[in-house]
Design a protein around this ligand. Structure first.
Ligand code: C5P
Length: 246
């Protein structure tokens, strides 16, 4: 399959489909153009609607980021990854970096031998819901950013294609990791958007300048009165924006 590089570069926005009902998802997808964005299917939607809905989303030509954050023994994670890659044909999927190097390597090996398009495999470092006190309680005596950097390095060494990180971590990770290592960030808002439960937010252009490759955006698009217009507005705010050189 020929990949249109320009389109690839343009589709930096991943719309988070945080719904449990199929009707809501399909109604939203009717309003969005798969040439302009990708979509993320998370635990709620996948638990409620499963692979059938992922297939319906693919039929509408949207690339899917399957955000199930696998975390288990290496063999189990490798099998789950193989199934997601070969049976669902998703574009991106993720695992918890804290599953350790052997689990991360097993996940990479599992996608290496799928027949179809190889998905991007990315790591989840420290959940943004955890602060330094939470980490200390779990026996980790270092700050959250340090732990994020440590886990991102392990992901990179194990062969993963990138990590999900908070916008506040993008510049630090971009400075430390190879340029081709993908940084995917949620917590993106325009000044006029409601923050919702996001605490540390960043504007879309700033995130790209700092080195983010993909922006995960949910409610500012999915709950907008005109989701297509909100998506277009996000796209125009990042088009032509050049990342800082590192
Ligand atoms: O609606 P909103 O733009 O806040 O949605 C952000 C999406 O990114 C949600 O699907 C959320 O679960 C996800 N996410 C996040 N923070 C993380 C990891 C994932 O907001 N650290």
């Amino acid at each position: 399959m020929l990949i249109d590089r320009e389109e690839e570069n343009r589709k930096r926005i991943i719309v988070a489909l945080d719904f449990s009902s199929e009707d809501e998802v399909l109604r939203l997808l009717d309003q969005l153009d798969p040439r302009l964005c990708r979509v993320k299917v998370g635990k709620e939607l996948f638990t409620a609607r499963g692979p059938k809905l992922v297939k319906k989303i693919h039929k509408r030509a949207f690339d899917v980021f399957l955000d199930l954050k696998f975390h288990d023994i290496p063999n189990t994670v490798a099998s789950a990854i193989r199934a997601a890659a070969s049976e669902l044909g998703v574009w991106m999927l993720n695992v918890h970096a804290s599953g350790g190097r052997a689990m991360l390597k097993a996940a990479c090996e599992a996608i290496a031998d799928v027949d179809c398009r190889r998905p991007h495999l990315i790591g989840v470092t420290v959940l943004t819901s955890l602060n330094d006190a939470d980490l200390a309680e779990l026996g980790l005596r270092c700050s959250a950013p340090r732990q994020v950097a440590r886990l991102a390095r392990v992901c990179c060494e194990a062969g993963l294609g990138g990590v999900v990180c908070s916008p506040a971590e993008v510049a630090m990770l971009r400075a430390e990791l190879p340029r081709e290592f993908l940084l995917v960030t949620p917590g993106i808002r325009r000044p006029e958007d409601t923050k919702g439960d996001q605490k540390r937010i960043m504007g879309p252009a700033e995130a790209i300048v700092n080195g983010a490759d993909y922006l995960v955006i949910g409610r500012p698009i999915t709950r907008a009165s005109d989701p297509a217009a909100a998506l277009e507005d996000y796209i125009s705010s990042i088009s032509g924006v050049v990342p800082n050189p590192y």
